[in-house]
Ligand binder design. Structure first.
Ligand SMILES: *Cc1c(COP(=O)(O)O)cnc(C)c1O
Length: 475
């Protein structure tokens, strides 16, 4: 692709402004709960509405439009067959209060998914309840907290490496724990620093492996020894599981608690705030602490158990995000263990291939060999008196979604790229060529980017500080 990429541009008003407002003619609700003012529903024929939303989608960029190498987010192409399954009435019309004996198929799928995830994580028990990775983290820390409490063990610290994903420190502070950050050495955990930080106050150590630099922490077992010795628990942030499936498991690395991001690793498109699913897995000794319900199986069939001895309680309503679970289940069955292992191998291969292609144009800090993602530094942009951000914006003009930038923070002008297993060699070559070409361009061209997208450069500070939700704009 070259810089001739063009995104559609339409002047779209809100639907409500394009039609007469209509009220509900006959309100079937009892008078005391019916709204008094007009409901202000736009009065438009179906095809106008279909066209409106199609046009809006042309102004957008997504994984179905092009390459989306957003580091850490695993924006791979998700097969459409899982969407079809999740749209079937048998899946969508499940009522949360339907008796268990009439929901046996659903419960069977959930139970089997628990088994599959336990195997993929090397864990003994799974709860499918949490709705996202971040909620899985909180759930895991609640489990750790309850476990220590039951042992009359007051511990108030959680240790994190400086490569941690932003949700990790957020979860730690939401739980009211003290955050102990340790520096890394050559991008990986420094065992001496860990040893120094670990002690009788350590409730847990949280880490993702491979870490956010895409480096595999080969000393995970030693870390486990240090933390267990100190009486703490190990939490594995499973958002990067797509780099190691079929090769190793958090269980094998001696972790006690973990979460999975079904919406990253197992085929659910994500972004825009949902939907997700972040099941939590634990080893045997923590099984009774999981949030309820968990699905169980006996001679009579499948049932929901709400009565785990030490359970932290409920973290989500009813079944959790069932449709995301169904998609993950179908994807795992479709791929099989061989397919999942291949997916990880290809994710790692693609990452290293693209890293090699980009290295001549940008700087690569830390060790070269990466897992599923890698982090470059865009500090060469400074030669043009520009920043990584300008490079990211200019890539949009070439038809590529910008990578993650300025994260992780320990890399100057960071540019974090995750190609994922679904991209072809041609696509990866295309991105590398685009970067090479941008590095040759003059300052003015880059500074003006993006020119070819439906929305030009936005004022990001204003967008955050002064946001206007458009559905509130009705006057
Ligand atoms: C995405 C991600 C998370 C958070 O997951 P959400 O489902 O977005 O809440 C946590 N850790 C890492 C490393 C991630 O990439």
């Amino acid at each position: 692709m070259n810089s001739d990429y063009r995104q559609a541009r339409y002047e779209e008003e809100l639907l409500i402004k394009r039609s007469e407002e209509k009220d509900i003619e006959e309100n079937p609700l009892p008078e005391n709960i019916a709204r008094k003012e007009s409901a202000k529903i736009p009065d438009l024929p179906t095809h106008e509405v279909v066209r409106y939303f199609n046009r809006l989608s042309h102004m957008n960029y997504g994984v179905d439009t092009g390459f989306y190498p957003l580091g850490s987010c695993t924006m791979k192409y998700n097969p459409k067959f899982t969407e079809k399954l999740a749209a079937m009435p048998e899946a969508t019309e499940l009522h949360p209060y339907r008796p268990e004996e009439f929901s046996q198929g659903t419960l069977e799928i959930m139970w089997e998914l628990q088994q599959q995830l336990a195997e993929l994580g090397g864990m003994d028990s799974i709860s499918l309840q949490p709705a996202a990775g971040a909620q899985g983290e909180i759930t895991g820390l609640m489990i750790a907290h309850q476990y220590h409490k039951n042992n009359d063990d007051e511990r108030n610290e959680v240790i994190l490496p400086d490569t941690a994903h932003g949700t990790n420190p957020a979860s730690v502070s939401m739980m009211g724990y003290e955050l102990v950050e340790i520096p890394s050495e050559d991008g990986c955990v420094d065992l001496e620093a860990l040893e120094e930080a670990a002690g009788e106050n350590t409730a847990a150590f949280m880490i993702t492996n491979p870490n956010t630099l895409g480096l595999f922490e080969t000393e995970a077992s030693q870390m486990a020894e240090i933390i267990h010795e100190a009486g703490g628990l190990l939490y594995y942030d499973g958002a990067n599981l797509n780099a190691i499936m079929g090769k190793t498991t958090p269980g094998e690395m001696n972790f006690d608690i973990m979460h999975f991001n079904l919406h990253k690793t197992f085929s659910t498109p994500h972004g825009g705030g949902g939907p997700g699913s972040g099941p939590v897995g634990v080893t045997e000794k923590l099984a009774s602490y999981l949030p309820v319900p968990v699905v169980e199986k006996d001679e009579e069939g499948y049932s929901l158990n709400y009565d785990l001895e030490n359970s932290i309680g409920r973290v989500k309503g009813f079944y959790g995000n069932w449709l995301v679970m169904l998609k993950a289940y179908a994807y795992i069955l479709h791929e099989g263990s061989d397919g999942l292992e291949k997916a990880s191998e290809r994710a790692v291969l693609n990452s290293n291939y693209l890293r090699k292609k980009l290295e001549p144009h940008l700087n690569l800090p830390y060790k070269p060999l990466r897992k599923h993602e890698f982090v470059l530094s865009g500090k060469k942009m400074k030669d043009k008196d520009l920043k990584t951000k300008d490079l990211a914006k200019r890539l949009l003009d070439y038809g590529y979604h910008a990578p993650t930038i300025y994260f992780p923070q320990l890399v100057e002008e960071a540019l974090m790229i995750e190609p994922t297993e679904t991209e072809s060699k041609q696509t990866l070559d295309g991105l590398a060529e685009a970067v090479a070409s941008i590095m040759e361009e003059d300052k003015e061209t880059i500074e003006e980017a993006p020119k070819n997208t439906s929305v030009r450069r936005v004022d990001e500070t204003k967008a955050i500080r002064d946001s206007t939700l458009s559905y509130m704009m009705r006057d």
